[in-house]
Each structure stands twice: as structure tokens, then as C-alpha cells.
Design a protein around this ligand. Sequence first.
Ligand SMILES: [Zn+2]
Length: 488
Amino acid sequence: MKKFLTYLGLILIILACMSIIRTFFWTTETATPVPVDSAQTVVIDEQTAAQNLAHALQFKTISEQDTAQIDYAAFDSLHAFLRHTFPRVHARLSLQKFGKSLLFTWQAPNSARKPFALLAHQDVVPVIPGTEQDWQHPPFAGIISDGYIHGRGALDDKASMMALLEAAEYLLGQGFTPERTLYFIFGQDEEIGGARGAARIARYFQEQGIEFDMVLDEGGAIAEGLMPGIDTPIALVGIAEKGYLSIELTVRAAGGHSSVPPKHTAIGILSRAITRLEDSPFPANLRYSTEMMRGLGDKAPFLQRLLFANQWLFAPLLKKVMSGKPSASASIRTTTAVTMASAGVKENVLPIEATAVVNFRILPGETRESVVARVRRIIDDPQVEIRRLGGSDPSPVSRTDSPAFALLKNTIRASMPLPDLAIAPYLVMAGTDAKHFSSLSENVYRFIPFHILQQDMKSIHGTNERIEVENYAQVIGFYIRLFRAAGQ
Ligand SMILES: [Zn+2]
């Protein structure tokens, strides 16, 4: 017995040592680093750039779910403002309009390299009715104060569109010619799916047979205080985005007087279906969290690295802990959210119909089809009608070992005065226009170097959206460096 315990102890010690050694060697190295010249100075007129953005925020290019409500004249006014503000861009780049969406082409003469596509969107979400008073400055006034540019669109996503144009205008002023063709794609309707904007322009590229070495859109940023145990800022580069699907569940019944009810009314049957769905979450998949943790390398706390590096032992524990927290849970599985329900007209009348809408955000690897099939299996009740309401499949997952990813990483490092910055790939929970470009490039990334503090995180689509003037200048500098390095 004693001998057995000694052996067991030895085995445990060896396993522990192996786990620890694995942890130390468990980081990713991306492909050949592409040098980005951070010494080449970029001197941006911060104040003028800030005023230009503030001005752009005044145009009410609001995407409404009911498209009849959209003020298309606001887009025309924005376009006139852009023409006036960026004369070199409009003289040198060619501009094609797709409805109110814009496609600028900055042609590189005789370049055999595949082009880059830079995406941003012109539209913004509405201000939630009843929250107007909560804004420190009116959302469409375009106010600069306390070192910030305030207004709807300051982060999502006019800052990116304006910074791309500022970068091009700046470089054109220096006589710069890109060494590969650059496309700027500014959709008009990202906030309502992008069908008329990015999707239409993506189709145009398909017809032309044009593919890209890199597609860069919104979706990732530099975050702080986001992950427990990590104090350093993290540049989260989106390498994929989740899919979207809503399903309507309907139960129909005979109705009648509530004094002689059946065992289950339509509402009862629907409720049981909903409970079954909520009680059977989709299976967890640690792949994307693992990639992110690997990217963080030794910036991540040792314990977390130990757990992720030794999933042969700790995967069940990790899944259990992460499933307990909504934000972590959403990063490892397709989520299930019952968002709408309606039934019944009177307290003493049996409902003849009960409906609910369930919204799913689909993890890459699954599809809308596979989600519906699973929902059917889980509900397992022929009385519940299941109807699919549009949506989109998750995007493919882009490479992190490509020269394009290395270029992006190096450009981020050269542009941000953050020596401790960690850069990690991650899965974007929301949708972006980039999804329409999935088939046009292996390297579709979602990132803008917005340095977002935790308190500003909720301002996107919420109240008091703002960007720091200094950070905005860094975003412009980031694009300038990216364009300069794009020839490599
Ligand atoms: Zn956006």
C-alpha cells in the first residue's frame, strides 16, 4: 500500500511538472513579422481632425428598422461635407455610389499585390427614446469638450470612416502613392444588416473577380479591465463573428372558457418549450477563448494559462466556470435568449395562440440549420410550430498565422504608445459588415485602435458615446502607418 502511494505521488508530481512546463511554452508566434516604420513621423493636426469628426457626427444618418423612416437626405449632406473636407481624396481616388453607400478606390499603379479593403459604416443607431436627457451633450450636436469628441457615432463607426479619409488626405498631401490598391467601403446600413451597402458592394467585387489580401472592419478595440487578472490593455482583433438567428415558436389551441381548461393551455405548452430550451444550453467550445489566451501569452495570469494549456485535464472545469458568467459563456457557445412573448386577450378566456421569439447568436462551426434542428430536438413537441426568421450564419475564422495578421499586429504596436499592450485574436459577439466579405479574403479582421475604458463600453449603442481627441489622432496614425506598410 505504501509503495502504491509513493508511485501515485510520483505520478502526480510528474503530471504537475508536465502541466507547468506546458504552460510556459504555451504561446503563439505569428508568421514572419513585417516591419512597420514607427520612426517615420506622423504629425496630425489633432484639433482640425477632431472638428471634422465632430462635424460629421451632426448628420443624422440614422438606420431605422423601418426603412421608410430613414432620412436619405442626411446621407447626401454627409457626402457633400466629405467632398468639401477631403478635396485630395475626391480628386485622386475614384468614387462609386451604390445607393447611399460609397466605394472609394485608391489605385496602385502596376501592383501585382492583392488589394486591401477597409470598411466602415456611415449609419448610426437611433438614440433610445427617453434617454435624450441622459446625454451629457446632445447626441447630434458634435461637441468637443474635456478632450473628447461627443456624439452618436463617435465610436460606432463614423470615427473609423473619418479617420480613414483623414489618413488618405494626409498621405496624398505628401505625394504618397500606395503600393497596393486600397478600397474604402462605407456602407449605409450596417446597423440593420448591411444588405444595401456592404453586401451589395461585396457582390460587385465578386462579379469583378477581385479578392483581398486583407479586409479590415470594426468589431475589435483596445480594452482595459475586461478580463479578470489582466491589468494591461489588450488589443482584441476579431478573427470571426457569431451568426444570428431568431426563431418564432407558436402554439395554437382551441380556446374557450377558462372555467373548463385543458391540462395545459397554449401558454403552458409554449412555456414548457421555452424552459426546455433554456435548460439545454448549447455545448461549450473553448477554441476561441483558447486562441485568445494563447495570444495573450505571459500577459495572462499563470493560473489561467495553466488551465488553458492543459485542457486534457481542465477543460471540464473551464467550461463549468465560464458557463457561470454570461459574458464568458457567450464566448464559448451559441447563446439562447428568449426575447419576446405574447398570448391571451382576457383573463377568463383560454388563449387560442401563444408565440415567443428566441434569439440565437451562433458560434462558428454551427449553422442556422443546425441550430433549428437542435431546437426541434430539444423542444420535442409537435404542438409547437417552429419558424425561422432570417439571420446569418457565423463567419469563417480568419488566419492568425498570415503576413496580413502580422502586419496588423505590428501596425498596432507602432501606432499605440502602450508598451505593455497585449494583442490577441477574439470572437466578435455582434455582427459587422465584414461578414459580407468572408468569401473575398482569408484574412478578414475586425479592429480599430479605439482605446476604450470600461466605463465607455456601454456608450456604444447607448448614451454618452464619445472618443478621446488624442485617441482619435492615434486611429488616424494607425491607418497612415497601415497604408505606408501595405506595400510589403
Ligand atoms: Zn458599427
